[in-house]
Design a protein around this ligand. Structure first.
Ligand SMILES: *Cc1c(COP(=O)(O)O)cnc(C)c1O
Length: 357
């Protein structure tokens, strides 16, 4: 029985995975650092590599301390549990990861009530609407304790003046502030400022090492020394106290040291993708442009009908659902890959491959 040629072809083909930046693989330098990592028992505070990562993350984000956690979800959950008690409330966006995509953890495990509000088109929460949602001190109501924002939100970068206004608002109302900064370094790259400038108003910030920064596992939660001391207890309670975690933290250190500065390349590739897709009949790019490392686009009905299998046959993994499809650029994708995607998209749309636009 001979090999099926189409299968061999598939195996030889590079996969271009636009589904998410979570698909990034650890870099060779991460693999090396992981193999050589000095480790100890981190629950005893004795893993030198974890300690180094935490110190480095705290310094980068301009906070006193940091905590290495297993995931962004755990990081946000630990933050919510640390900020809020049972019967208290956090305000977050309807589509915020902390509200919509974390299995209701704060409510399930913390007795913390979410108060979701619609995001404005620019990814902010309108402070007038937030003010109206803050509950008065009355036995009927949960106590509003915390306001959560997300940056970037679906690739959108929150404006710095807005963040200053949020800081002032929270101080005036006695609210705490948490930032889900899973992709904070994408926001910093887009604004060409230090991440520290973005997170200054926030009491805590959660940062993913395992998305565009390409570490295999892990997030860091940053805040005051006292906040992180308390967060460490919650992490342990959630089963997130890891022992010789320096093997993972070593990759996180490389992520912070080597992978932040290349993020503008992802943004350029996203722009290249948005511009190219926008010129193809049957494809509408949301907002007409990329947002940091993401492009959102819709397909007309005819194209949608053949899109998924057509792209998959060419090794391109991308959504094929109605409504905006998200394409994400990352460390595993270069400009030539974007050109290959555009070529395939043009073919799918029925224009001649390589024809002038
Ligand atoms: C991915 C993501 C998270 C959660 O990270 P995991 O490591 O997948 O749990 C949290 N917030 C945002 C905005 C994210 O994109």
């Amino acid at each position: 029985m001979g090999c099926r040629p189409d299968l061999r072809y598939k195996w030889a083909m590079k996969t271009i995975d636009l589904r998410s930046d979570t698909v990034t693989l650890p870099t060779p330098s991460m693999r090396k650092a992981m193999a050589a990592a000095e480790v100890g028992d981190d629950v005893y505070g004795e893993d030198p590599t974890v300690n180094r990562l935490e110190a480095m993350a705290a310094a980068r984000l301009g906070k006193e301390a940091a905590l290495f956690v297993s995931s962004g979800t755990q990081s946000n959950l630990v933050a919510l549990l640390t900020h809020c008690r049972r019967g208290e409330e956090y305000i977050a966006g309807q589509t915020a990861h902390t509200y919509r995509c974390e299995a209701g953890g704060a409510a399930v495990l913390g007795g913390i009530q979410p108060q979701p509000l619609d995001f404005e088109p620019d990814g902010t929460l309108d402070l007038g609407k937030v003010a109206a949602a803050v509950k008065p001190d009355d036995v009927h109501f949960a106590r509003t304790r915390l306001l959560c924002l997300e940056n970037t939100l679906a690739g959108k970068v929150l404006p710095l003046p807005y963040l200053d206004a949020v800081g002032k608002f929270a101080r005036e109302r006695g609210l705490r502030l948490h930032l889900d900064g899973a992709r904070i370094f994408n926001a910093a790259a887009a604004l060409n400022v230090h991440a520290r400038e973005i997170v200054r108003p926030f009491d805590s910030v959660s940062v993913c090492l395992s998305k565009g920064l390409a570490a295999p596992v892990g997030s860091v939660l940053c805040g005051s020394r006292e906040f992180i001391r308390e967060a460490r207890r919650w992490r342990k309670m959630l089963g997130g106290g890891m022992r010789q975690a320096g093997v993972l933290a070593a990759a996180g250190i490389v992520a912070l040291e080597e992978m932040i500065e290349r993020l503008p390349e992802d943004h350029r590739n996203a722009e290249r993708l948005a511009a190219g897709l926008g010129r193809i009949p049957g494809i509408a790019v949301e907002g007409g442009a990329a947002r940091t490392n993401m492009v959102f686009f819709s397909l007309d009905k005819a194209l949608l009908g053949r899109w998924g299998p057509f792209m998959a046959a060419r090794g391109i993994l991308v959504g094929d659902h109605p409504g905006p499809i998200r394409a994400v650029t990352h460390y595993g994708i270069d400009a030539a890959d974007i050109d290959a995607v555009l070529e395939a998209a043009r073919e799918a749309a029925g224009s001649q491959p390589g024809s002038p636009q």
